[in-house]
Ligand binder design. Sequence first.
Ligand code: ZN
Length: 172
Amino acid sequence: LENGTGVATTNTGTQISINEALKMAEGTHPVIAVLDGDGMPLYLQRSRRTANRAQRLALIARDKGCTRPGCEQPASMCAAHHVNDWAKGGPTDINNLTLACDHCHALINDGPDGWKTVVMGKDSPHRGRTGWIAPKSVDPTGTPRVNDRHHVGQSIATAIDSSCRKWRSRAA
Ligand SMILES: [Zn+2]
């Protein structure tokens, strides 16, 4: 930001220069999203069914778009979805919310053809992100999967890190 270099990603997924982003931001109230080392928002709010403004901004920063594997819909086309259903007691908490476009959101149900969502556990390389479990007709293993379409940089960094570890362990 200080050097006016690099790119910013808008909520439609468009990449623009930092200078363009600063021009667009003139006259607005900037919000800083604080994320931990895994890209998880630290600032949480709860108490009502619909996500509040801070939660929506945190979801845009964290998820960047629809979280169903393979879906390319940007954040601007998504609503906040309760990973653990609100009707079943799921809280409106940032770690229980995720972005889902209308099409993908409509696929979630308890029927045999319904998709399910879960928060990826501590042992997962995608800890804290939303895993989608396809119906048995699509994936008989029932393995929760994340959407990497909006996290390409993160995937590349993970692959490089993994390759470096393998190389180091061979060299040792
Ligand atoms: Zn979607």
